[in-house]
Design a protein around this ligand. Structure first.
Ligand SMILES: Cc1cc2nc3c(=O)[nH]c(=O)nc-3n(C[C@H](O)[C@H](O)[C@H](O)COP(=O)(O)OP(=O)(O)OC[C@H]3O[C@@H](n4cnc5c(N)ncnc54)[C@H](O)[C@@H]3O)c2cc1C
Length: 528
């Protein structure tokens, strides 16, 4: 009998592969949209632009999708031609009231990881210590998943000072002149930073980098879709592996709505196939991996349709709020831009802060810009075009962006709400403690930037939800208040295992995805 996995994102595809490796038959049910990106060739950004037609199609889009708007917050993140995320209309169809929560969702094969930033830091005792899980088994899952995602193996002071294991098997990524200058200034002031318990090191990125044919070639085209597929994307690696097993079936066009229960088991999955409601009787285990928001919605609907009172259980919604500080390195003015470089942040930082009665790890990313479309920004300067361009390019080699992420904890007020009329509402407000933590970290980072001869010029705050590290919609715990036990098993639905970030009961500021996939693998080991 096939085990059913719902969702093909980082979590679902890794759960499916782990099940197959254990000899199980697997059916993966997925909404399964496709992006069909055409990267054309694997030339470097600079050379690629020389062929106007090809580069316009591949970087801007066949349908003239235009340049990003200078005011959009996504300018440095997701080019408008990428369409692996639901657009505003599709989000409105899914969630009736967002209440100012910025939400990013994907119904694609591979999920949101079709265009993620690939940062990985493993959870350790600080995060999982009070989860009542088998830490040595979790550690084995971490090792396996870090290798599956091709994370670079780094040994530096971040490992040493913050008890971070050096998982991963790829070579560290290359730094550019600005990264090296930043690191040099950090090292020159190391006594100061060491006392402050602040560390900087190379980013641990899920990018293949070992001189194989499919390794990173530094094309500087990461955001438009890596022409080598060197950035981990379940579509080109884990799912591809799953599809080599004869016991694996990928069923697309299935949008799961809820489960019908009988004798404390799922006996029917209700889903939509091309907008037509269908029901399938089942008698097997189900691993729910539709992403923290969608899994939360499916769970809410299941409770409602089966007359189970959701308010009897702890539910929630968390995200690692992000804030960006733009800084300026006078020494880097007029330096050449390196177009043979990874487009993502190549440096990360680590420090600790007190939050909700715990010393929490604070994850920072430092981005020194290279290839992007700056035309919209240049056009927006109130000067003649050529002058604007010259000023911009001499400035931009000296610009950097530090993004920091905040931890989160469960709060009664923050949750996905299914109303009586079946409309879905997101309720989320930031606590005062979180707002204070944000200010405290901003102050520390600005002080550190100045110490490294960088001038902080602007702090950009984002709406809640925009960090896209959603978690805790069906949190686990052994106490009766929690619907799911620490093996991922729903206590009153014997054949349902929640195996994505929905289950995480407290959210670290560390990048979530690899840790959620690790939990997924851990639950496979525990439930088969
Ligand atoms: C620009 C950007 C940068 C990011 N950078 C990082 C980073 O550096 N590090 C990090 O850790 N994270 C990062 N993230 C977040 C990361 O991408 C997500 O946390 C991760 O991909 C979520 O994986 P998932 O498997 O839990 O869910 P998803 O990726 O959301 O996958 C859900 C899957 O379930 C399917 N599905 C959904 N609903 C249903 C349904 N009802 N029925 C059937 N199938 C369904 C979808 O088709 C999809 O296949 C970033 C995200 C973005 C957008």
């Amino acid at each position: 009998m096939s085990i059913i996995v719902i969702g093909s994102g980082i979590t679902g595809s890794n759960v499916a592969l782990s099940l197959l490796e254990k000899g199980e038959q697997v059916e993966l049910w997925d909404f399964g949209k496709k992006e069909n990106l055409d990267t054309v060739n694997n030339e470097n950004f600079r050379d690629f632009k020389k062929n106007l037609n090809e580069s316009v199609e591949s970087l801007i889009g066949k349908e003239n999708k235009q340049f990003p708007n200078p005011s959009t917050q996504k300018l440095f993140e997701i080019p408008p031609l990428r369409n692996f995320l639901l657009n505003n209309i599709e989000i409105d169809n899914e969630i009736n009231e967002l209440n100012n929560f910025d939400i990013y969702q994907s119904f694609n094969e591979g999920g949101i990881a079709n265009g993620w930033g690939a940062n990985c830091i493993p959870y350790n005792e600080d995060e999982i210590g009070d989860w009542n899980i088998d830490t040595s088994k979790f550690y084995s899952s971490q090792k396996k998943i870090f290798n599956e995602l091709n994370v670079s193996q780094i040994n530096d002071k971040i490992n040493e000072k913050f008890s971070i294991s050096n998982f991963g098997n790829e070579n560290p990524i290359n730094l550019d002149e600005k990264d090296n200058y930043f690191l040099k200034n950090f090292t020159n002031n190391y006594n100061f930073f060491s006392k402050e318990n602040f560390e900087v090191g190379k980013a641990r990125l899920a990018i293949k980098n070992s001189n194989t044919n499919d390794s990173c070639r530094l094309t500087s085209r990461c955001l438009w879709g890596c022409p080598q597929n060197a950035i981990y994307n379940p579509l080109y690696s884990t799912l591809k592996k799953c599809k080599t097993y004869k016991d694996f079936k990928y069923l697309e066009n299935r949008k799961v709505s809820y489960f019908n229960l009988k004798d404390s088991k799922i006996n029917e999955i209700v889903y939509f196939e091309k907008n037509i409601e269908k029901k399938n009787k089942i008698n097997s285990k189900v691993f729910l991996c539709a992403g923290a928001i969608q899994s939360g919605i499916i769970f809410n609907k299941t409770c409602k349709k089966n007359n189970l009172k959701i308010n009897n259980f702890k539910t929630g919604l968390m995200d690692t709020k992000q804030t960006k500080i733009v800084y300026f390195f006078p020494k880097m003015l007029d330096k050449k831009i390196n177009y043979k470089s990874i487009q993502f942040n190549r440096l990360v930082g680590a420090m600790k802060e007190r939050y909700d009665d715990k010393n929490e790890y604070i994850h920072l990313e430092f981005l020194h810009l290279n290839s992007l479309f700056y035309q919209p920004l240049i056009n927006n300067l109130p000067l003649p075009l050529r002058l604007s361009k010259n000023i911009f390019y001499s400035m931009y080699s000296a610009l950097g962006i530090c993004t920091y992420f905040l931890p989160d904890s469960l709060d009664e007020k923050n949750k996905i709400k299914l109303n009586n009329d079946e409309t879905i509402e997101i309720n989320y407000t930031e606590s005062n403690e979180k707002l204070l933590l944000d200010k405290k970290i901003e102050k520390r980072i600005k002080k550190y930037l100045l110490k490294m001869s960088a001038i902080p010029i602007k702090t950009i705050r984002y709406k809640s939800g925009s960090a896209i590290h959603y978690a805790g919609t069906i949190p686990m715990g052994n106490n009766d208040k929690f619907a799911v036990n620490t093996n991922g098993q729903v206590k009153f639905i014997n054949n349902l295992i929640i195996a994505d970030a929905s289950i995480i009961p407290r959210l670290s500021s560390k990048p979530i995805s690899i840790n959620a996939a690790t939990l997924g693998d851990y639950f496979v080991q525990k439930n088969t």
